[in-house]
Design a protein around this ligand. Sequence first.
Ligand code: FAD
Length: 542
Amino acid sequence: MSARTEDAARANRIDTVDAVVVGAGFAGLYAVYKLRSLGLTVRGIETAAGVGGTWYWNRYPGARCDVESVDYSYSFSPELEQEWNWSEKYATQPEILAYINHVADRFDLRDHFLFETRVTSAELDEESLRWEVRTDRGDVLTAQYCIFATGALSTANMPNIPGRESFSGDTHHTGHWPHEGVDFTGKKVGVIGTGSSGIQSIPLIAEQADHLYVFQRSANYSVPAGNMSWDDEMRRAIKAGYAERRRLSRESGGGSPYNAHPKSALEVSEEERRAAYEERWKLGGVLFAKTFPDQTRTDAANATAREFAEQKIRRLVDDPAIAEKLIPNDHPIGTKRIVTDTHYFETYNRPNVTLVDLKETPIESITRSGITTTDTEYTLDTLVFATGFDAMTGALDRMRIVGRAGVSLAECWSEGPKTYLGVGVPGFPNMFVVTGPGSPSVLANMVLGAEQHIDWIAACIEHLWENDYDAIEATVPATDRWVEHCRELASTTLFPLANSWYMGANIPGKPRVFMPYIGGFGAYGKILAEVADEGFRGFDFC
Ligand code: FAD
């Protein structure tokens, strides 16, 4: 029986467990695996009907990872590393989902989860220091530890465009794509949004649609993915060097085994600089944004990368006027997540693709038959929202999480998220956030990021046992210092200049705070290890 059928029929659960884990993506699955291996009783809860998280929900055409799959995969099991065969450098969503399902079965994780179940609240009982977790299915679970593996990019953002509900055709959000797929053949399609999901899906939708209108509010930088198939020989070579690959990844800035050029972009000759950019461009992928260490630190260094990328766009797009519209003019390159694509810019050379620049002609409304801009009306059969996510805090904000003295997480974070090390929050003992704000999170390989956090949380629980404590809680001074440290680090970069989802800028009313820790994955790992070695400095125990 599938998880869906089984879960649809189940009675509600009133349970007491050691740990509740919310989310069945990469992070939640590993959390269940790890905590179970410590001998804890664990209950996982997941809104979706299956495992996979991001890769369960984002089934749009062209969905792929942009960190190489051999790196964007679990490292906790060398056997798993050796037995799984990635077919391409950047795996597609179906392949990643198949991998996650394989992991769930291989390590027997599925049965720990309640699927099709949304956590609505988690409240601390201050006397017992236990969490009471409630769901939309009437479950009530009491647990000592509450682990939110709810994802940094798991809450789809639907823009509030007037008339949105009135559209009579099909509407899809890339982050909630139908499992049976969407046939665009013969259809007039509108895609709103040109971030990662838009840029990945647009070339494939264009191949099918009768006509595709791309509604672009802000242009984005994108680098060719440089995807390729792996043959057996390549796979063998990667597998033989896996341990070293992982070591380099853990020490790197972004969680994959690459580092920036040793010199500043401005220290090298024009020739050397071009060669370095060209090499990264050919290699493909997000690493282009990290060609030189100062690329996102100074305007002058950034300008060199920008100029290079813009020349590429001008060369790829036949119509110079369209090329200019596709070149971002509102943020330094790399300060919004750089996108990786397969023939994105070339798609605008197709006769059945029209770019609608919303800076020139903003959308006035969505109507029954399409989209009306200040200029004209576009008649559409299908509307695709590639409008991203309420990033990093969205999933947490949508639950009622209440800590000491009845104070909610939403209240604590009203001016922006505040964590100690991205994992702990004062007033919320034994509550852990995985890859949350204040950690490298979305700036690094998130599979290794999740493992790093969960291993650390497990060490923390062992520390509690060894010392006969019931609870661990981040202190206010340590949290304040960490928040300030994160802010300071970000302020030495160009990142706060962009209206990005890193800054919460895509969500009306969200506080403008640069949310991730930008000091690097390796540096952050060292801090986590030091804190643990010093008896979890900055935390209180009771
Ligand atoms: P998720 O995979 O987001 O899983 C969280 C789960 O929690 C979801 O299934 C959600 O349904 C569930 N949940 C949330 N709230 C509740 C609730 N209240 N009750 C019950 N369940 C809940 N990162 C990279 O490092 N490299 C990449 O190449 C990369 N590519 C990406 C491509 C796309 C299209 C997207 C959207 C993201 C990509 N990411 C990438 C980021 C990606 O989100 C992470 O890599 C990773 O999958 C996160 O795993 P997770 O388990 O932390 O969260």
